[in-house]
Design a binder for this molecule. Structure first.
Ligand code: MN
Length: 228
């Protein structure tokens, strides 16, 4: 097979304690999955149906790699989130079936051009430019579910310049991982290589050039980086 231009590289993430990498197919994200974050955004949390959006696979940035401050915004925001990596796929799945798709876990930032998102909401425009820009998805090395499973009391945290900005327990999520994947599988056929950002707790806020960030999914994953 020959191509008109060089085929794009496969986006991928490192795996904790291994030489192999996890290939990224799609990046799905859920909005408003923590009630306290929905409240700070001034919108009601929908407990019937999660709200999904996506980022391109090549928006991933690996642990330790600098993140360029994006163009066309004056308000880059952090949203720390648990990231679920799928090792298998399917569609129209029950939560029980969907839980079997999970290969591993990480922690990531759903970076957001908040000013463009507010404008998109006001004009009923799509969120792509607010959410799916280049380098908008820093993610830690992934930890296999066979090694450790997060529990309801697992804490997710984000520090910016050593100041704690966001912290929550996973049981503050409105929809848990099997429920999210079940809903998502009714909209899209899921495949191995897919990532799901599972939503952010309260405390989202601005990042500036020169800021360093440190995110943790307690006992499972760590992410460090810098905005440049
Ligand atoms: Mn988010």
């Amino acid at each position: 097979m020959s191509y008109i231009v060089a085929p794009p590289a496969v986006a991928s993430l490192p795996v904790v304690g291994g030489a192999q990498r996890f290939p990224v197919r799609r990046i799905f994200c859920v909005g408003r999955n923590y009630a306290d974050h929905a409240r700070e955004m001034g919108v009601p949390a929908d407990r019937q149906q999660p709200m999904f959006f996506s980022k391109p696979a090549d928006a991933v940035v690996s642990d330790g790699v600098d993140v360029p401050y994006p163009s066309a915004t004056q308000e880059l925001h952090h949203e720390v989130e648990m990231v679920v990596a799928l090792g298998a796929g399917g569609r129209d799945l029950t939560p029980e079936q969907a839980s079997g798709l999970v290969w591993g876990y990480g922690v990531g930032l759903d970076l957001t051009r908040r000013d463009l998102q507010a404008e998109a909401k006001a004009r009923s425009h799509p969120w792509d430019a607010a959410k799916g820009f280049d380098h908008s998805a820093p993610v830690s090395a992934l930890c296999p579910a066979s090694a450790v499973e997060p529990g309801p009391e697992t804490v997710i945290s984000l520090w910016v310049n050593d100041e704690l900005r966001q912290q929550s327990r996973l049981d503050d999520m409105i929809f848990n991982v099997p429920e999210l994947l079940s809903h998502l599988s009714k909209l899209f056929e899921l495949r191995a290589g897919d990532l799901l950002f599972t939503g952010t707790p309260a405390g989202v806020g601005p990042l500036q050039r020169g800021d360093s960030f440190h995110a943790e999914l307690q006992g499972i994953a760590r992410l460090d980086g810098r905005i440049v």
